[in-house]
Design a protein around this ligand. Structure first.
Ligand code: NAP
Ligand code: ZN
Length: 346
């Protein structure tokens, strides 16, 4: 089954697309990061459009990268002190968009605790969500996932629910003009990782493969120029990010994301960069089990060319002591990602 219920708009000006915000209500909560949306013009443009549409808004601008349970709770408490919103706009990278989804579920279901977000026996539907991504990375604007970190257990884990699909995603390449090189690399590697993992997932099908392989080719052709800030290449990475998000909405992510999470929480390696370090070795390993790996490798020509492509952006070596290896591995083997990885694992 292929399912993408999100209306996707691409524009260079919010006013050009005539979104009927009033359809969602009169009051809105904007969930965003601490500073980038103020610097890149996206917050000002959004506020201007909401003012024009006579929508009342409040701004929660305290979302941290890799949002924690505490971060989500403070967003919920912040808005409860002011008004109850009719809808929520997530503005920023994957972290604010994921936080918006979690806050949306907790406001819609006031009896829930944060842990309930993971309870698949519960309906986890959100207030209506609009997503405006400002990184080309997670594709969260078109996925039914939200990834949060439990700061007590240091566990980073996603929850999924069709109830947190956005109603609308608005893609605007202008917001990414000044993305620094390191963030363009980290997030670009996340795009590649989603598309690669989508192909290797046991849930992949003809439709998801068509989209994922297109995204992989777009990353190969555009990431270098995007990192240098070439506008057309940045626009293509923005589109690739959304395509890769549509892919993982069907397929999930596999062992690369599961292995990357402890590297982010414990070793402080940014999400996409952690995946990049793992990708060549996992692709090589899984190529023993599935011919589908060759579909990815053939985009680059060879596994060595794939490896070189990644090392052209991310060259750091990973160092872990024996204790870390055992701890991280025990988290990975229990992750749901392993069930969709196309391999017979030891
Ligand atoms: P992020 O954590 O949202 O943001 C990283 C940094 O980029 C922040 O410092 C942010 O600044 C800055 N930034 C964002 N937009 C910018 C812009 N236009 N110009 C300059 N700086 C900008 O990064 P992300 O990689 O997009 O999201 C990662 C999170 O998403 C992780 O928690 C990951 O696990 C999750 N994820 C979710 C999904 C999903 O489907 N839901 C999929 C994959 C990954 P500010 O903090 O000031 O905004
Ligand atoms: Zn990711």
């Amino acid at each position: 089954m292929f399912y993408c219920p999100v209306k996707i708009y691409e524009t260079e000006s919010l006013n050009d697309i005539n979104i009927d915000f009033k359809h969602f209500g009169e009051k809105c909560l904007i969930v965003t990061g601490r500073s980038s949306s103020k610097r890149n013009g996206s917050l000002d443009e959004l506020i201007g459009t909401l003012d024009d549409n006579k929508i009342q808004y409040e701004i929660f601008d305290k979302v941290v990268p890799n949002p924690t349970f505490g971060n989500i709770i403070s967003g919920v408490e912040f808005i409860k002190e002011t008004f109850f919103p009719d809808f929520i706009i997530g503005l920023g990278g994957g972290s604010p968009m994921d936080a918006a989804k979690a806050i949306g579920v907790l406001l819609k279901n006031p009896e829930y605790e944060v842990e309930d977000l993971y309870n698949t026996d519960l309906e986890r539907d959100s207030l209506p969500l609009i997503m405006i991504p400002t990184t080309s990375g997670t594709g969260s604007e078109v996925t039914q996932y939200s990834v949060l970190t439990n700061e007590q257990t240091f566990q980073k884990r996603g929850f999924g629910s069709y109830g947190i699909f956005a109603k609308i995603a608005i893609l605007n390449p202008k917001y990414q003009t000044d993305v620094p090189e390191d963030i363009a690399i980290d997030t670009g590697m996340d795009v590649l990782s989603h598309a690669v993992e989508g192909v290797l997932s046991i849930k992949s099908d003809w439709y998801s493969d068509a989209i994922a392989l297109k995204a992989i080719k777009m990353v190969k052709d555009n990431l270098k120029n995007a990192v240098f800030g070439v506008p057309e290449a940045r626009k293509m990475m923005m589109r690739a990010s959304t395509l890769a998000g549509i892919t993982i909405a069907q397929t999930g992510t596999i062992m690369i994301h599961a292995m990357g999470y402890p590297l982010t929480t414990y070793k402080k390696i940014p999400h996409g960069r952690a995946n990049a370090i793992l990708m060549p070795v996992v692709l090589k390993y899984l190529s023993k089990y599935t011919g589908k790996a060759n579909k990815i490798i053939s985009v680059f020509g060879s596994i060595d060319a794939f490896d070189s492509f990644i090392k052209g952006f991310v060259s750091e070596k990973l160092s872990m002591d024996d204790d870390e290896i055992v701890r991280f591995a025990s988290m990975v083997v229990n992750a749901g990602h392993m069930k969709v990885t196309r391999a017979k694992l030891p």
